[in-house]
Design a protein around this ligand. Structure first.
Ligand code: HEC
Length: 233
């Protein structure tokens, strides 16, 4: 056996030859080694960043944070922000797009009302302030056929479409006759919304007139009682 002596032009130095099979022993290519070292360094950094010191959010944590952020409930809606959006042409235009895609089926192309009420008059079933409108759209009125759009559209689109609906208030597009209570107030809403909700609940539907005193009393402790303290002062 002639070992380790030969130098092959392609394979480099031959270190072993067994039964005519030559074995060379070359260094690994530099690029390969540096990729390996880089991966090791990255893995250590990654481990400390995400697992040890928890500086970064893991995908699950990031997902949960994003879900929590997009599911902003109606409790922390900023009326000023909505009032600003309602005068912002970009928000209104975006909201108009959302409306055409999701809402026109029930509220009509011009929001003049179809299955759902006319949104261009100054009467509202659930209050006409920005916050009221946002809440109605976000949470819906499932028992009356108005879907809750919050989970589907997310906070941003609900805000845009709220801005669009706010911009329609009082434009009185001919369509479905007005329903609910008159609303005229600033964007902040508040007390009038409470009154409107209670009034709509008590007076909705033609059967309200037929309701006898006993029924009315029986129903009163429900929606009426939380509103009473608000109305009293
Ligand atoms: C499946 C039909 C349907 C769709 C789609 C729909 N709505 Fe409604 N909407 C209704 C109905 C029905 C009501 C009335 C609820 C009630 O009687 O309490 C309503 C009520 C409302 C109200 C309250 C009106 C008031 O007088 O207080 C607003 C605001 C509103 N919808 C906005 C929207 C927006 C914005 C969208 C699209 C994102 C939308 N709706 C999509 C059926 C729908």
């Amino acid at each position: 056996m002639s070992e380790g002596k030969r130098y092959d032009e392609i394979q480099g130095k031959i270190v072993h030859v067994y039964d005519g099979i030559e074995e060379a022993d070359n260094d690994l290519p530099k690029w390969w080694l540096w990729t390996l070292y880089g991966a090791i360094v990255f893995a250590i950094g990654y481990w400390f960043y995400y697992q040890e010191f928890r500086i970064g959010k893991t995908p699950v944590e990031a997902y949960e944070a994003a879900a929590a952020a997009s599911a902003t409930t109606t409790a922390d809606i900023d009326p000023t922000k909505l009032a600003e959006a309602a005068t912002n042409p970009q928000a209104i235009a975006a909201g108009q797009g959302v409306f055409a895609t999701n809402c026109a089926v029930c509220h009509g192309d011009k929001a003049e009302g179809k299955i759902g009420p006319n949104l261009t008059d100054d009467r509202w079933l659930h209050g006409g302030s920005g916050v009221d409108i946002y809440r109605t759209i976000f949470e819906g009125v499932p028992s009356k056929g108005m879907p809750n759009w919050g989970p589907t559209l997310g906070a941003k689109s609900v805000e845009d479409v709220t801005a669009y609906v706010m911009s329609l208030r009082g434009t009185n597009v001919p369509g479905k006759p007005p329903e609910g209570e008159p609303w005229s107030g600033d964007a902040a809403g508040g007390a009038p919304a409470e009154d409107t909700a209670a009034g709509a609940d008590a007076g909705s539907g033609p059967s309200a007139a037929d309701t006898n005193a006993a029924d009315t009393n029986a129903a009163a402790p429900g929606p009426a009682s939380p509103a009473t303290p608000t109305n009293a002062p």
